[in-house]
Each structure stands twice: as C-alpha cells, then as structure tokens.
Design a protein around this ligand. Structure first.
Ligand code: NAD
Length: 284
C-alpha cells in the first residue's frame, strides 16, 4: 500500500511556522503583511473560499480585507478598486476570487493588479517569468503540490510527469514548474486522445480535471505518485478525480481528497503574502 500524503498536517505546520515569521516581521520591521481579496457576486463556493482565506489570514496575523461587489458591478468599478489597492502601502497582495460573473472579463480585470502584488501569480508578468524559468510569485495550488513532493522527498528531475488539465490556475503553471525542475512533462486536456496510454507512462500523475472517478486503478502505473487536485461532490461527500481506495494499493504515494492538495493551497497563499510583505520597504 502506498503512503498517503498528509496535506492537512503539513499545511498546519506551515501555518504555525508562518505565524512566527509574521510576528518577527512585525517586531523587527514593523510590517504587517496585507492581503486584499476582491469578490464579485454571490457564488456560494467563492463565499466559502474567501471566508476560509480571511480566517486563515487572521490566524497567522496577516491583515486581510475583503472588497465585495454585487453581481451588477462594472469592470471599471472593480478596476478602480484594484488601482486603489495597487497604491495602498499596507496591502502586499491582491487577488480576485474566481469565477467572476460571466459578463465580466476576468483576464482583463486581473491584468490591472500590479505584478509585484499579484499574490496568486495569475498575471501575465508572473506567468512570463515562470515560462522563462525566472520564477517569481507562483500560483498557490501548484506551488503547494511542489511543497508536498518536497516534504515527502519525492524526486522530480528526470521523472515522467503527466499533468491532466491545462487551466491557467493549476495545470498550465504546474506543468511549467515541473519542466523548470527537469521533469519530462506531458500535458493532457479535453482534446487528448488515448489518455490511458499516457497515464500508464507517468511516474508522477496529476489530475486537475474536476470529474469524479476520472482516474481508475487500471490507468495507474505500479509505484506511481498520484496527486489529486480535483474537488467534486458525490452523495454529499467531497471526493477527488481519482479512485483513492483502489489506487492507493498501487501507487507509491497518493494524496487524499479532502486533506491532500486543498489545505496546502491556502497555506501557500499565505506564504506568498508573507514573501511579498517581506520585500516591502519600511516606511521612514
Ligand atoms: P478547469 O475546469 O479550468 O480545467 C479542467 C481541465 O480539465 C481543462 O483544462 C480540461 O482541458 C481538462 N479536461 C476536461 N476533460 C478532460 C478529459 N476528458 N481528458 C483530459 N483532460 C480533460 O478547472 P481547474 O480550475 O483547473 O480545476 C480543476 C479541478 O481542480 C476542479 O475540480 C477544481 O475544483 C479543483 N481545484 C482544486 C484546488 C485545490 O486547492 N485543491 C484548486 C483549484 C482547483
């Protein structure tokens, strides 16, 4: 049976460590890290995610503010708020909670966040640096996955890595991060044919699709590392993309859902806020 990667515990450790570092930054530099979260409309999942982020910030001593707009807000109003936060010295990171209502151009709105405050790493500037292998702010979910692999001392260089999913927030940046760490990377997506042929080659298999039972045990190579990013609801339970119970018998390492990748995302976001704050110049 494979080792179950305990994201929950690692995330807790990271938050505790961060709490100390935040306190030190306050004591030594009089800097309180600041995060601004912009939420638009009433998407129930977004409401929960934002609440969790605010709570986690509070726990580690990060000053977090939520700016909520109703679903009829105009792009201009939101952009003006972003520009305000861009100038605001007490704010080190700005994020726009996805998804935005359909009538708003999310990519355009996010592009107004200063590269130096783009705490999610979704902006073109940070993505360009990632592609050029000059990594700066890295998106929290993929970076959290790398932290998990590091913690369990799972090597990446020269491994065959398959990333399923090519979204701008998970699959795409994660694939480039693996490439930057010398893996041989394949990206699969909705137009990929013969997926099973690819999954069976993978030493590290990442599923970021969002479909329950998408990866079954017969698709997994013996001894592979299986990372499940998916969040799906089935019969009142949260499950991932992979058939955990059967795959854990075959994999060398596997992340559970919940308790794997998910908790690491928030902890890594907090770390990103801290890192941005620690580069802030103390006001004279
Ligand atoms: P998305 O919908 O933007 O992307 C899904 C990807 O799956 C697409 O790139 C698509 O090409 C690919 N796909 C769809 N059908 C496929 C098929 N048949 N074969 C191969 N690829 C296929 O989603 P996303 O935002 O990247 O999120 C993916 C999943 O991860 C969702 O369940 C989401 O809830 C979850 N998620 C979890 C976290 C976390 O912290 N745990 C963070 C972000 C997203």
């Amino acid at each position: 049976m494979g080792i179950i990667i305990d994201g929950k515990t690692l995330a807790k450790e990271k938050r505790e460590e961060l709490k100390k570092k935040v306190q030190e930054l306050k004591d030594k530099e009089e800097i309180v890290p600041g995060l601004a979260i912009i939420r638009v409309g009433n998407d129930p999942a977004s409401e929960i995610y934002v609440r969790n982020k605010l709570k986690a910030c509070q726990e580690v001593g990060i000053h977090a503010v939520e700016q909520h707009f109703d679903e009829n807000a105009s792009e201009q109003e939101i952009i003006e708020r972003i520009e305000f936060f861009n100038q605001e010295k007490s704010i080190d990171g700005i994020l726009v909670q996805s998804p935005l209502p359909k009538n708003l151009n999310e990519k355009k709105i996010v592009s107004f966040i200063l590269g130096s405050k783009d705490v999610d790493g979704f902006g073109i500037n940070n993505l360009g640096h990632l592609l050029a292998n000059q990594e700066q702010v890295l998106a929290a979910t993929p970076l959290g996955i790398l932290h998990l692999l590091e913690k369990y001392e799972i090597p990446i260089a020269s491994k065959n890595v398959l990333v399923i999913g090519r979204s701008q927030i998970v699959g795409r940046p994660l694939a480039i991060m693996f490439l930057n760490r010398d893996a041989t990377v394949t990206i699969a997506h909705s137009k990929t044919k013969n997926l099973k042929e690819l999954t069976l080659q993978a030493d590290i298999l990442v599923s970021a699709v969002g479909r329950p039972h998408f990866i079954t045990a017969d698709m997994v190579k013996e001894g592979a590392v299986c990372i499940d990013v998916g969040i799906n609801r089935e019969n009142g339970h949260v499950i991932g993309d992979t058939d955990f119970d059967t795959i854990k018998e075959k994999a060398s390492f596997i992340t559970p859902v919940p308790g794997g990748v998910g908790p690491m995302t928030v902890a890594t976001l907090l770390e990103n806020v801290y890192e941005l704050a620690s580069t802030r110049k103390k006001e004279k």
